[in-house]
Design a protein around this ligand. Structure first.
Ligand SMILES: [Zn+2]
Length: 453
């Protein structure tokens, strides 16, 4: 008798504590605050040994409950067992999956249970998330007119988005150029106005589609083809002879400036080291320029043409397709993306435009270099300097001395290598030096959109 009372007591204590046991751990990882046309639910559920007796996901709106997932068929697809403890569920949760979803408030409800006390009881947990359903695609209206794009060059578009919390920009083939609020370029008023510089890069096809694109926080997208005209440009081709005198000066200096490359400097290894620099290091440095572009300011620091370096003669044009020769053999081909301006040694190098210093120091093939940010994704690069006279984050005026000319990096002699970059991609600097181009392609459009002077 006493034994059975004790046994009942133990079962009773077990029953009560099992009722208090924690249910499975539920984390709704996606969506964020919005559901759109094609939103995906991303859910993680954790329970000891991965044992679940129930998992049901619904979207509730206006008194209706739409089933999204259940451990029981037919809604049990889209789940993966990630580890012994956790289960991931990926299910479409947008309007394309739930046809009766309407614009407005909704709630995601996740109910999970696991067996406790040998399956006699269930430990349950429920997690809900309030979301907003947005189904309309963003609207994009192009405001600026006459979009003329030179191959290898840049262009500006002014457009309006609605609603104004969308992210937007210009997509040119694989490249996307973000749009910035009109206020960043001095346009007052309308919160939906955006400005974006974009480019048709030297290596892109003339027929590359150019579209103004927008995406709202619910993932709804719009792409509007941009009415434009493209002008072909002939790019130069040249042959450059790499001699041993050049290699024996440049490679040891580059090995010292870039110790992490472990460049071989023995006389017989110089040609191979040159190829590593000309290919791998060039690619790596150009990637750095793209990363630096991510730090551009949402403010256009300038309102007039860029300033060319005084009395320098142009040695090489933009996008020069170069074949490199060594001992009479073709050893490499690269596109030279910038302007080489001949100068004598130690000439003061001035900022082409007002901007903030993003980089001042070694930049691989570019040697000692300065990168200035002019805002809205526009940057300028000054390479092969012997010294710099500015520091990162400093705001410099147009014409201010930023360093002295030299022949550091991959340079055959004293010259300034100058490039204008758009989101880290080299564009033809000649346009930016030209007051007429700045007026027609940039300032006219800002004026027509109501620029405050
Ligand atoms: Zn150059």
């Amino acid at each position: 008798m006493a034994v059975s009372i004790l046994a009942l007591l133990i079962v009773g204590v077990g029953w009560v504590s099992a009722g208090r046991a924690a249910g499975p751990d539920i984390r709704i990882r996606q969506p964020g605050d919005f559901i759109g046309q094609d939103t995906t639910l991303d859910l993680a559920v954790e329970a000891p040994d991965g044992l679940l007796s129930a998992l049901d996901v619904t979207v509730e709106q206006g008194g209706t409950s739409f089933p999204v997932y259940s451990l029981n068929a037919p809604l049990n697809e889209g789940a993966t067992q990630d580890s012994a403890e956790s289960l991931y569920v990926m299910r479409p949760i947008g309007r394309s999956a739930i046809a009766d979803l309407r614009t407005g408030d909704a709630r995601i409800v996740v109910r999970a249970a696991r067996p406790v006390l040998y399956g006699f009881r269930q430990a349950e947990s429920v997690v809900t998330k309030d979301v907003q359903v947005r189904l309309e695609s963003p609207q994009v209206t192009v405001l600026s007119t006459f979009h003329y794009v030179n191959h290898g060059g840049a262009e500006l578009v002014v457009y309006r988005v609605a609603p104004d919390d969308v992210t937007s920009g210009v997509r040119v083939g694989e490249q996307t150029y973000p749009g910035y609020p009109g206020s960043a370029a001095g346009l007052a008023g309308d919160a939906g106005v955006r400005v974006a510089f974009f480019a048709l890069l030297h290596d892109q096809d003339l027929a590359t589609p150019i579209e103004v694109v927008a995406e709202d926080p619910a993932g709804n997208t719009t792409a509007v083809p941009l009415d434009h005209r493209v002008f072909p440009k002939a790019f130069a081709r040249s042959r450059i002879t790499i001699d041993d005198r050049f290699l024996s000066r440049v490679i040891p200096a580059m090995a010292a400036a870039n110790p992490d490359l472990n460049l071989a400097t023995a006389p017989e290894a110089l040609a191979d080291s040159f190829l590593r620099v000309n290919r791998d290091l060039r690619r790596q440095n150009n990637q750095t320029l793209v990363e630096l572009a991510g730090r551009t300011a949402s403010e256009m620091f300038w309102r007039d043409a860029f300033q060319p370096l005084g009395n320098a003669s142009v040695e090489a044009g933009f996008a020069d397709y170069r074949t490199y020769l060594h001992d009479g053999e073709e050893i490499d081909q690269q596109v030279h993306l910038g302007f080489d301006l001949a100068v004598t040694a130690q000439v003061p190098i001035t900022a082409a435009q007002r901007g903030r210093v993003l980089h001042a120091g070694n930049l691989g093939i570019y040697g000692t270099a300065v990168v200035l940010d002019h805002g809205l994704g526009v940057q300028s690069l000054y390479a092969h300097l012997s010294s710099v006279e500015v520091a990162p984050d400093e705001l410099v005026d147009k014409g201010a001395v930023i360093g002295r000319s030299g022949m550091t990096g991959l340079a055959a002699g004293d010259h300034l290598h100058f490039t204008v970059l758009l989101q880290g991609q080299a564009v033809n600097p000649v346009e930016w030096w030209d007051p007429k181009w700045i007026q027609d392609r940039v300032l006219r459009k800002l004026d027509e959109a109501g620029r405050v002077r």
